[in-house]
Design a protein around this ligand. Structure first.
Ligand code: RRO
Length: 299
């Protein structure tokens, strides 16, 4: 079998297929289960400084080729999550804490108070007032938040970027200037669904973030642009459902990938993807490193 081990974003990973933030990342038990099912690493649901209930329901609706959500950053606060991270660590894979705040100071406070193997800065949730992309769409904010967390943390810092911008590379360059160990692309696309009988938007928050198959080509393009323009690794996420999608993301330049919405199919997806990827590498006589970014080197 081809080796799938990879050093990406400051972490040694047994394989490059990680659990994405927000999906089954709300308890230590579900994170550990994803690790035991074969994920190369697991990312928690985003954690803030105080408990939040999130938006009013409905918070999730299935649409064509994906899911629309406006959960609204529900979380018990980082102060009540350390024990869950310790449980998750029993899965034997790196646990990456996704964190959010409304300022560089709030982000760095959380990074100082929480122990994890790495932090993923959520600068990209498309539907939370004062958080996520409301900060993350400004390169200077991305740079200052990243710099503040780097100064506060002694573990790798990843920055999750929004695709809801004209130029994602500009945001990636800002994260790199701030000292990020990797960028993660992409968070969900701002979107909406309306019930034609009632005439009202379906989500309680009216609009939300689109994930799943529909956004994969957008994610591939973002990863391609980022990988071409950055010196730090890019972690690809957005609509990955199969080993073929994973190969495509790596060809675009991803050093690792994250799987989220496809977890609807169950925890078996990690093994399905890693086995398919290893067989593909063997069939093509390529290493993971040789595969990475190959599409950008083709003329
Ligand atoms: O909690 C959410 O509603 C949410 C978050 Br934090 C995010 O980063 N992306 C998303 O689609 N939903």
């Amino acid at each position: 079998m081809s080796s799938l081990t990879v050093h990406a974003g400051g972490l040694d990973l047994q394989n490059p297929v990680l659990l994405a933030a927000g999906i089954l990342g709300t308890t230590g038990a579900s994170l550990r289960r994803a690790a035991l099912a074969g994920a190369g690493g697991v990312v928690t649901k985003s954690l803030g400084s105080v408990p939040r209930e999130g938006h009013h329901g409905p918070t999730v609706v299935a649409v064509e080729c994906g899911l629309l959500n406006a959960m609204g950053l529900p979380n018990p606060s980082y102060r009540n999550f350390q024990e869950e991270i310790e449980i998750a660590r029993k899965g034997g894979r790196p646990v990456i804490a996704s964190i959010f705040g409304s300022s560089a100071r709030e982000f760095s406070q959380i990074a100082r108070g929480l122990k994890a193997d790495a932090f993923e800065l959520n600068l990209s949730c498309p539907h939370a007032e004062k958080y996520g992309s409301e900060l993350g769409r400004y390169p200077e904010m991305v740079e200052s938040v990243t710099g503040a967390v780097k100064a506060a943390a002694d573990v790798p810092v990843w920055v999750k970027l929004t695709p809801n911008t004209a130029d994602i590379l500009e945001l990636g360059l800002a994260a790199q200037r701030g000292g990020a160990d990797a960028v993660v692309a992409i968070n969900t696309l701002k979107a909406m669904a309306i019930d034609i009988e009632t005439g009202y938007p379906i989500l309680g928050n009216r609009f939300g973030g689109l994930s799943g198959r529909a956004i994969k080509p957008v994610a591939v393009r973002c990863v391609y642009d980022l990988a071409a323009g950055l010196d730090i690794p890019v972690i690809g996420v957005g609509g990955i459902t199969s080993w073929e999608d994973t190969v495509e993301m790596i060809l675009a330049g991803a050093s690792a990938v994250q799987v989220g919405t496809a977890l609807q199919r169950g925890y078996g997806i990690f093994e399905e993807i890693t086995v398919g990827l290893a067989r593909y590498l063997e069939r093509k006589s390529l290493t993971l490193e040789e595969l990475r970014g190959l599409a950008g080197r083709r003329s």
